[in-house]
Ligand binder design. Sequence first.
Ligand SMILES: [Zn+2]
Length: 167
Amino acid sequence: MRCLVLNADYTFLGVCDWKDAVCSVYTNKATVEESYEQVIHSPTTRMPMPAVIRLRKFVHVVFERINQVSYNKRNVHLRDNYTCQYCAVKIRDREATIDHVIPYSKGGLESWENTVTCCKRCNRIKDSKTPFEAGLKLLRPPAKPKGFREIMRIKLGELHDLWLKYL
Ligand SMILES: [Zn+2]
């Protein structure tokens, strides 16, 4: 389980392992803002597993390019939620392929706007055709991720419900 880490002023800092979160709480560096349902047992104590912690002391951080996410195959899959953008089927990681909407051979680019997550079946149908030629329709036009939430979802993987109000 992962834990969201907030600065003293409730701004987002990052994500840590639950063990590090518990350690920060025990050493009085952070307070628990939200907890998961799971309870942690140790020989001396038990506590709910922290889902969101907040540092007691404000730390100054410079976020470099926090609002940018690099283009790569995995991030395209994360943007598309591992869902085939033609038939809407949910795909497992190793079965997800990348489809170039406008095929390479027709001048299509390797970009956020021209690549989508595609299941193997649709990829075979699509081949090196345009969606129109292949008789396939995109769920939505592919675009560069924008907005803090979407970028965080790609950077952090799945966002837990308990985290959402802090992001
Ligand atoms: Zn498909």
